[in-house]
Write a protein that binds this ligand. Sequence first.
Ligand code: NAG
Ligand code: NAG
Ligand code: NAG
Ligand code: NAG
Ligand code: NAG
Ligand code: NAG
Ligand code: NAG
Ligand code: NAG
Ligand code: NAG
Ligand code: NAG
Ligand code: ZN
Length: 462
Amino acid sequence: MPACCFLIVLLVFSGFSTCHGHGTENETVLGNSTVTPLLLVSFDGFRADYLKKYSFPNLEKFFSDGVLVDHVSNVFITKTFPNHYSIVTGRYAESHGILSSNMYDPDANKTFSLSNDFDSFWWEQATPLWVSIQQKGFKSAAAMWPGTDIKIHNLTASYFLKYQHNVPFQERVDNLTKWLSQDLVKFATLYWEEPDYSGHLYGPDNIKEMTKALKQVDDHIGYLIDKLNQTGLWSNINIIITSDHGMVQCAPDRLIRLDDCIGPKNYTLVDMTPVSAILPLTNVTYVYDLLKKCNPHMKAYMKEDIPDRLHYKNNRRIQPIILVADEGWTIVRNGSLPRFGDHGYDNTLPSMHPFLAAHGPAFRKGYRLNSINTVDIYSLMCHLLRLEEQPNNGTFTNTKCMLASQWCVNLPEVIGIVIGVFMVLTTLTCLIIIMKNKGPPSSRSFARLELQDDDDDDALIG
Ligand SMILES: *[C@@H]1O[C@H](CO)[C@@H](O)[C@H](O)[C@H]1NC(C)=O
Ligand SMILES: *[C@@H]1O[C@H](CO)[C@@H](O)[C@H](O)[C@H]1NC(C)=O
Ligand SMILES: *[C@@H]1O[C@H](CO)[C@@H](O)[C@H](O)[C@H]1NC(C)=O
Ligand SMILES: *[C@@H]1O[C@H](CO)[C@@H](O)[C@H](O)[C@H]1NC(C)=O
Ligand SMILES: *[C@@H]1O[C@H](CO)[C@@H](O)[C@H](O)[C@H]1NC(C)=O
Ligand SMILES: *[C@@H]1O[C@H](CO)[C@@H](O)[C@H](O)[C@H]1NC(C)=O
Ligand SMILES: *[C@@H]1O[C@H](CO)[C@@H](O)[C@H](O)[C@H]1NC(C)=O
Ligand SMILES: *[C@@H]1O[C@H](CO)[C@@H](O)[C@H](O)[C@H]1NC(C)=O
Ligand SMILES: *[C@@H]1O[C@H](CO)[C@@H](O)[C@H](O)[C@H]1NC(C)=O
Ligand SMILES: *[C@@H]1O[C@H](CO)[C@@H](O)[C@H](O)[C@H]1NC(C)=O
Ligand SMILES: [Zn+2]
């Protein structure tokens, strides 16, 4: 019996302390030649529930032999640049400085846009993973991942393609795999504009067009796997396929027109929709008061009142007033709906979440996880690359169960085991009692004798 109790205690304990790292490898001993290369892939705007609504034969093959995370909670604002930079830095937007697609920095009096993103100044509030790994003496390769073609702390990726949206996926993969075949290249990034592009153009509710776009995305995943297989990289590379954000349907009857509420000379519009960045040119309180009551489907925040949970406040590149549209609503100055699908909304909305899949020697096979955060991906990657983490907002324990080297038991399993063991023990105990009671008369009287002896003892002690 004591041995069994010990077993229960052990099981319960291991359950609540979850995911023990076992045999944490000695990094000094292993040296650097044993670091398995890591390929990080992003398909822009791949909303998590596309996986449930459309068919992805190649992607399904990929994660059925690896890991699938159904939801990734991304960072606010749920746009491309902030989230791609969060993936490779592990930080919220306010802590890495890439706050949106359009920014203004009042101290430097500089502006940033997707077509004017080359100034290192914008990128150096954090250090992306490819720079850290190069500072360690390794090399990185990049095919169009935001920021990789820009000097950050004096380094671009070791090998990179200059951003050009019209370079076909196959060419990006072909050039990247050539670089990946080199010894010192340990970290590679690959970016593709779909299904974001089609999501904006048609809206995610356009089943016909999205079916086409998503079939192409899955074909691209098939091409990538084949290419890695042909070049002999497939069996010795860890691959993460993820995305930056989701997409939601917009409509002409869900428009918020700022010109209806406030004269355009009152402010500079630094960023448009669905999160507007407002730099007031007249009295701030006056501008805020006009915007606050502009439309019930839009919230106006003074910078200091932006909710903490958004982690979108502590940076001088956030303007004095921001406007946040409700899901599916579009902010314009005047005029009509610019596009049928959009993202950028509150990061708690499931429609804004992407997914994550992983495959390779480091990952468990056929493992499924409900959710992680975008900022958690960085420390997972650092672990895979045996790289020291820079200060960040992620948590390694959120992702460690994805790894084959970690021993993980989840809570339902533990409860099941404990209940199972308990039932077996109870049954055994009952059986023993029954057998004792059903024993031959001689042994029964002997048992009674024992009991009487016990009673005597008790009386003596008492
Ligand atoms: C790893 O091994 C080296 C050499 O044996 C040793 O000096 C070092 O302390 C070890 N590190 C850890 C974390 O065990
Ligand atoms: C900021 O830069 C713009 C043009 O880039 C210039 O017109 C303006 O005077 C500058 N403002 C300040 C305060 O330096
Ligand atoms: C890894 O090995 C290469 C060559 O063997 C060396 O140049 C590089 O500095 C090493 N990097 C680390 C992190 O040890
Ligand atoms: C930046 O890198 C170049 C070589 O690419 C080097 O000559 C220069 O000294 C570096 N600057 C700093 C500040 O590290
Ligand atoms: C990819 O590599 C080929 C062959 O080296 C080269 O001709 C081509 O320009 C590269 N593509 C890009 C986008 O740099
Ligand atoms: C890799 O190629 C081999 C030989 O063509 C094939 O048998 C295997 O199924 C391929 N593996 C994957 C994952 O596609
Ligand atoms: C600011 O907006 C208000 C309300 O639309 C308008 O009456 C006023 O003229 C505007 N001020 C400027 C400087 O444009
Ligand atoms: C700014 O506007 C508010 C509200 O309209 C007003 O109470 C305040 O006096 C104004 N401040 C200045 C400096 O004009
Ligand atoms: C709509 O906004 C644009 C840009 O601010 C402006 O040039 C145009 O005159 C506005 N049109 C109307 C009808 O107000
Ligand atoms: C996020 O990480 C940065 C860098 O370590 C840190 O300065 C910041 O306070 C963190 N944010 C939160 C909300 O913990
Ligand atoms: Zn987009």
